[in-house]
Design a protein around this ligand. Structure first.
Ligand code: SF4
Ligand code: SF4
Length: 92
């Protein structure tokens, strides 16, 4: 039988990541060692939740974390070519 219900939408709206703060249930969090970061942007391009940005510093372009949106998946740490990101247990 065909479901005639309306307003059933189990998929998130495109571009709605900013509505989802994920930091409350994260188990591990990425910690950046800015002295190692070479500003390659791989972490930014990899993050599925847009939780990382690049910022200009006096030592060049460095990555910056927004923990409100980080779910602790570790993808950024896996991608970093210089191991500047370490996953640490998130103590709350
Ligand atoms: S751990 Fe996952 S969600 Fe958090 S910043 Fe890295 S890639 Fe993004
Ligand atoms: S992937 Fe690593 S080196 Fe590249 S911008 Fe991110 S933290 Fe820096």
């Amino acid at each position: 039988m065909k479901n005639k219900s309306k307003n059933i939408d189990i998929n998130a709206k495109a571009g709605s990541t900013k509505e989802n703060h994920t930091g409350s249930w994260r188990t591990f969090k990425p910690v950046i060692d800015k002295s190692k970061c070479i500003g390659c942007k791989r972490c930014v391009l990899t993050c599925p939740d847009n939780a990382m940005k690049m910022q200009k510093t006096k030592n060049g372009l460095k990555s910056k974390m927004n923990y409100d949106y980080c779910k602790g998946c570790g993808a950024c740490a896996n991608e970093c070519p210089v191991n500047a990101i370490t996953m640490k247990r998130d103590e709350k």
